[in-house]
Design a protein around this ligand. Structure first.
Ligand code: PLP
Length: 442
């Protein structure tokens, strides 16, 4: 003991404990929790002179703020004691009915009782993983996959097995193969996590002809499907696709969100569970948050009831399409030979493969110095793959800034390739894993 009565520190540990005195207390499940690379660079990357193609922040500029603020005031004036009170873990009934009408646009016929409102679909992901995954269970996910989902799977100590995609989304044969291999290895696969529409980060959409086959494969292997669909109404031609849930209500858990079609800051999403799962889901939601925020749910509900929300989504779509066109034309004009990219027809993201020898994670600080930021590919894989890939988000900057950002990015790539030509691969292969979600990489 020291003179002050506190235990003496092991000098070997003193340095570590100076960094975080709680290091030895954390649960084992926290070991996979890491911040995204771009978050580490956030202070620099968020300077106005940097064009950020890293973040997935929706562009809210087109929202009708004046009428929204009047309605928010009305909610307080007319219904304030309900709006500011606890509610049920299940969610506000009127909103759950409206959610069913929205899902009907993608062919889903659902009862409001089976809808559980969540604090964004991120909470839905967390709850579904909590309900189904024990440490060591396998979750199948597309490769690459949404960083926030990988973070939840890791937090519950599930093992992620990635299945390859092509321009038509998840490849059924690869899924069959992955399931067979996992079974042979004696692993328990709990669910397939899939983002069928306007994928984050890949930008591709699952072909309609593949959808039934994927459902069939999962049923045959007794594996649940978790369908995450925050971008489904953001097809640039107004096109929608039949939800997986629409034809397989007993084996698909569907996640929805108002983050991309209305306002991400309200944090309102939902889970449509198979009827048998609903009860457990409500209990899990209750233990996580007691209830989703009543006020925010009432704002969303009133907005849906009184605004031309479909017209608003059309405006959002047009804005995003203009930005998609800007990024694709910038890529075509500036990117060096040996690069390739996907062609999204909805959503927020393009997935880019850079020339051989370039490591996107190692290049990121140099790109930020050159005033352009992106999300490097490794964060979208649980297994360290993706060092030749990057995700570019075109949702937020103006089309002019997007074009300028791509021009800067291409110049950084050119100088990186000069180094590769001179020295071979200039950087060690980046090995990374799922990172915690944050607004800057979501
Ligand atoms: C595929 C996917 N799922 C879920 C989320 C989380 O969205 P929410 O804001 O509803 O929590 C995101 C956010 O970017 C996403 O891209």
């Amino acid at each position: 003991m020291t003179a002050s009565g506190s235990p003496e520190k092991n000098p070997a540990q003193a340095g570590r404990h100076n960094l975080d005195p709680h290091l030895d207390r954390y649960a084992a499940r926290t070991s996979g929790m890491t911040a995204s690379e771009i978050r580490a660079l956030f202070a620099v990357a968020s300077r106005p002179e940097v064009v950020s193609l890293a973040g997935g922040m929706p562009n809210l500029a087109a929202l009708p703020l004046d009428s929204l603020s009047a309605q928010v005031a009305e909610i307080i004036a007319e219904d304030g004691l309900v709006a500011l009170q606890y509610g049920s873990a299940h969610g506000v009934p009127a909103l759950r009915e409206q959610i069913c009408e929205i899902m009907a646009m993608e062919g889903i016929s659902a009862h409001p009782d089976d809808v559980v409102v969540t604090v964004g679909s991120q909470m839905g992901l967390d709850m579904v993983t909590r309900l189904f995954c024990d440490p060591g269970d396998v979750v199948i996910a597309e490769g690459p996959s949404y960083v926030g989902a990988l973070g939840s799977f890791t937090a519950y100590q599930a093992n992620v097995v990635h299945v390859t995609m092509d321009d038509d989304g998840l490849v059924p044969e690869a899924l069959r193969e992955a399931l067979t291999q996992a079974e042979r290895a004696g692993k328990r696969v709990k669910f397939l996590y899939t983002i069928p529409n306007f994928h984050n980060p890949a930008g591709v959409t699952l072909a309609v002809e593949r959808r039934e086959e994927i459902l069939e494969i999962c049923r045959a292997h007794d594996v649940l499907v978790v369908e995450d669909n925050p971008y489904g109404l953001l097809g640039f031609d107004g096109q929608t696709y039949p939800a997986l849930r629409s034809t397989d209500p007993d084996n698909v858990v569907y996640l929805g969100s108002f983050s991309k079609t209305f306002a991400s800051g309200l944090r309102v999403g939902w889970v449509l569970a198979p009827h048998a799962v609903r009860e457990k889901l409500v209990l899990a939601a209750e233990s996580a948050t007691l209830c989703p925020p009543t006020f925010n749910q009432m704002i969303v509900s009133r907005y849906l009831a009184t605004h031309d929300w479909k017209g608003q989504i059309k405006t959002f779509r047009e804005n995003y399409r203009e930005r998609r066109d800007a990024i694709i034309s910038g890529l075509e004009q500036h990117m060096p030979a040996g690069s390739s990219w996907t062609h999204p027809d909805g959503g927020f993201y393009v997935w880019v493969t850079v020339p051989e020898g370039v490591d996107t994670k190692a290049m990121l600080p140099r790109a930020v110095t050159a005033r352009v930021a992106y999300a490097s590919g490794t964060g979208f894989y649980a297994d360290g793959f993706g060092s030749r890939q990057m995700r570019l988000s075109y949702c937020y900057p103006t089309p002019e800034r997007i074009r300028e950002g791509v021009r800067r990015l291409a110049a950084v790539l050119e100088s990186e390739m000069d180094l590769v030509r001179t020295f071979g691969t200039v950087t060690p292969r980046a090995v990374s894993g799922p990172q915690s979600p944050s607004p800057d990489t979501a």
